[in-house]
Design a protein around this ligand. Structure first.
Ligand SMILES: NC(=O)C1=CN([C@@H]2O[C@H](COP(=O)(O)OP(=O)(O)OC[C@H]3O[C@@H](n4cnc5c(N)ncnc54)[C@H](OP(=O)(O)O)[C@@H]3O)[C@@H](O)[C@H]2O)C=CC1
Ligand SMILES: O=C(O)C1=N[C@H](C(=O)O)C[C@H](O)C1
Length: 266
C-alpha cells in the first residue's frame, strides 16, 4: 500500500484527493495537513463525508506526515515551500499541484529534487497534457501570420492569474516559436494600446461562479482562426492524475518530473 498524505486537506482539491485515495485499492491515507488557522485542524480527515478514517488533520508537519511516504500538495506557494523542506529532510516523495510559484521558489523545488522524487504540474488532467502536445504542432504549423491569445476562465475563489495552466500553454507555444514568454507576454489590455505586436502572446482572464477550469488558445489569422480548447467539468480528473503521479514516483528515487513523464507523452 502506498501511504499518501494530503496537504490542504479541507480545500477543494484536498477533499477530492482524500475521496480518491480512499477509493483505490493500492493507496491508503497516510496523513492530512492543513494550515494552523484552519477550523479543520484536529478533525478527522473524512468527517465531512460523514465517516471516520482515523486520520486527523494536523498543522504540525512532523505529526501529520509521520506515517506518509508521499505527499500530494494543492495549497498555496508559501505552504508548498514549507512542506517541500520537510519532505526533503524526511525522504517523503512529493506531488505538487499548487500554482503561482515565483522563479526563486521554482529553483528551490528543482534543488530539492536532487534528494527526493517530485512531480510538479500546473494541471494533472490527462486532456490538458495532451493539449500541450497539440499546441506544439499548431504553433509549428502556424508560425507566421497568426496572432496567439490565451483565454482562461475559473471559479470566483481562484487567487492566482493567469492560471498555471495558461502560463504553461504560453511557455509551450513560445518555446516552439523560439520566443521567451517573459519578453513576449501581454497580461491584459486597457486604454489606447496601439496595434497588436505580432510577436506577442496575449492572456485574458475570466473569474466567476463555479467554473472548474476552461482554457482556449486562439491562433487568429486573416480570414480564419483556430481555437484549441480544454474544459474541465470535474476536479476528479486532477485527483486521478495526482494518484497516477504517486504511482509513477514509487519507481523514482529522486528527480523532478512533469505529467508528460507520468503519462508517457514525451
Ligand atoms: N495542478 C492541478 O491540476 C490543479 C491545481 N490547482 C491549484 O491547487 C491550489 C489549491 O487549489 P484549491 O484546492 O482550489 O484551493 P483551496 O483554497 O480550496 O484549498 C487550499 C487549501 O490549502 C490550505 N492553505 C492555504 N494556505 C496555506 C498555507 N500557507 N500552508 C498550508 N496550507 C494552506 C487552505 O486552508 P484555508 O482554506 O484554511 O486557507 C486549504 O485547505 C491552487 O494553487 C490551484 O491553482 C487546483 C486544481 C488543479
Ligand atoms: O485553481 C484552480 O481551480 C485550478 N488551477 C490550476 C491552474 O492554475 O492552472 C489548474 C486548473 O485549471 C484548476
Amino acid at each position: 500500500m502506498l501511504r499518501v498524505g494530503i496537504a490542504g486537506a479541507s480545500g477543494r482539491m484536498g477533499r477530492m484527493l482524500i475521496e480518491a485515495v480512499q477509493a483505490t485499492d493500492d493507496c491508503t491515507l497516510g496523513g492530512a495537513l492543513d494550515i494552523a488557522t484552519s477550523p479543520a485542524v484536529g478533525m478527522d480527515a473524512t468527517a465531512w463525508m460523514g465517516h471516520r478514517s482515523g486520520v486527523l488533520i494536523e498543522s504540525d508537519l512532523a505529526k501529520g506526515l509521520a506515517n506518509a511516504q508521499y505527499l500530494i500538495d494543492f495549497t498555496r506557494p508559501e505552504g508548498t515551500m514549507e512542506h517541500l523542506r520537510h519532505c526533503r529532510d524526511n525522504g517523503i516523495k512529493l506531488v505538487i499541484g499548487t500554482t503561482g510559484f515565483s522563479d526563486a521558489q521554482k529553483a528551490e523545488i528543482e534543488a530539492a529534487a536532487r534528494d527526493i522524487a517530485i512531480v510538479m504540474a500546473p494541471n494533472m488532467a490527462v486532456g490538458v497534457n495532451v493539449v500541450f502536445n497539440l499546441l506544439r504542432h499548431a504553433a509549428k504549423a502556424l508560425n507566421t501570420g497568426f496572432d496567439i491569445e490565451i483565454i482562461e476562465a475559473h471559479h470566483r475563489h481562484k487567487v492566482d492569474a493567469p492560471s498555471g495552466t495558461a502560463l504553461r500553454m504560453g511557455e509551450v507555444v513560445a518555446e516552439t516559436l523560439g520566443r521567451d514568454l517573459k519578453e513576449c507576454a501581454i497580461y491584459g489590455r486597457e486604454g489606447v494600446t496601439g496595434e497588436r505586436d505580432p510577436s506577442t502572446i496575449g492572456f485574458a482572464t475570466v473569474r466567476g461562479g463555479d467554473i472548474v477550469g476552461d482554457h482556449t488558445v486562439l491562433f487568429a489569422g486573416t480570414g480564419e482562426r483556430i481555437e484549441i480548447t480544454h474544459k474541465s467539468s470535474s476536479r476528479a480528473t486532477y485527483a486521478q492524475g495526482s494518484l497516477r503521479a504517486v504511482r509513477f514516483l514509487s519507481h523514482q528515487p529522486h528527480g523532478l518530473f512533469g505529467m508528460d513523464d507520468v503519462l508517457g507523452l514525451k
